[in-house]
Design a protein around this ligand. Structure first.
Ligand code: SAM
Length: 279
């Protein structure tokens, strides 16, 4: 078969590939890979297996954003003359994957940059989580260190949207515990091994999920999603009781920030009430 029977304009084609199930590749992605002069990829072995599955033989060029400028310039020079595809190991390139610097430089040079959209774990997870999807904030991987992770949760916890993170199986339980500490009362969803044989999506409180994943240590790939702060009617809450409880372990400023994040309340008002209660 002619490996370049599709004629493509020169440019950089950002091609999404499956996140597990090899059936999840679009017709346009296959046509683009077939028509490309070369395929830039994170790992030539991983992409080599995909190409083999598709019956394609192509020049594979290893690329990540740490590549030196010469390597990037080489790819850009090629993309000025011919179609160059960029893929990552799985899902959509640039989404917690390499490609940002390449796309930035390609656009700065006025090259064609063309999206060939397809799977991405963030959207797949959110679409089955049962959490609100009208607005969401995706923040990549949660930091590994406890302090940095708590800082990120404190920073984003008050944002009135669902939050989405990528996480690894060995860190899932400690991440859930950190979410329970920083954002008490929030509903969380864990999407695991999406599109694969052992796909699951579990939604619940952090306590439920910690109990489940402590008893059944998870494997595989994970998207961790947190529902938005519940817009509580302040009249439904016993704010004094919540503050008194929080003040047993936290300073007034921390107690106020935590309750504000958890219930979508005004932090300053909570802080002055916490100071009164403490006095
Ligand atoms: N570019 C990819 C995308 O568009 O989804 C993400 C790449 S990032 C390096 C890999 C992370 O994505 C994994 O550690 C996991 O958190 C998440 N992920 C990828 N595939 C997944 C799957 N099948 N199920 C759940 N999470 C997945």
């Amino acid at each position: 078969m002619d490996q370049r029977d599709e004629s493509l304009e020169p440019g950089l084609y950002i091609v999404a590939t499956p996140i597990g199930n090899l059936g999840d590749i679009t017709l346009r992605a296959i046509a683009t890979l077939r028509g490309a002069e070369a395929v830039a990829c994170e790992d030539t072995r991983v992409t080599g297996r995909l190409m083999q599955h598709l019956g394609l033989k192509k020049r594979l060029i290893r690329y990540d954003d740490h590549a030196d400028e010469q390597a990037r310039d080489g790819l850009l020079a090629l993309a000025a003359e011919a179609a160059v595809a960029l893929v990552s190991d799985a899902g959509t390139p640039l989404i917690s994957d390499p490609g940002y610097r390449l796309v930035h430089a390609a656009r700065a040079q006025g090259l064609n940059v063309i999206a060939i959209p397809g799977p991405s774990a963030v959207v797949a997870g959110l679409s089955i989580s049962g959490l609100p999807t009208d607005r969401f904030l995706f923040a990549g991987f949660l930091p590994q260190k406890a302090k940095a992770r708590a800082d990120v949760l404190a920073e984003l916890g008050g944002v009135r949207t669902s939050l989405v993170f990528y996480e690894t199986a060995p860190r899932l339980v400690s991440a859930l515990q950190a979410i329970g500490d920083a954002l008490p009362g929030r509903i969380v969803a864990v999407g695991r091994e999406l599109t694969k044989l052992h796909e699951e999506c579990r939604t619940g409180t952090t306590d439920d999920l910690v109990a489940h994943y402590t008893a059944h240590p998870p494997r595989g790939e994970i998207v961790l999603m947190i529902g938005p702060p519940v817009e509580a009617d302040a009249g439904d809450l016993d704010i004094d009781a919540l503050l008194v409880e929080a003040l047993m372990t936290d300073k007034p400023s921390q107690a106020a920030a935590k309750l504000a994040r958890a219930h979508g309340l005004d932090r300053k008002q909570l802080y002055s009430r916490a100071m009164e209660l403490k006095a």
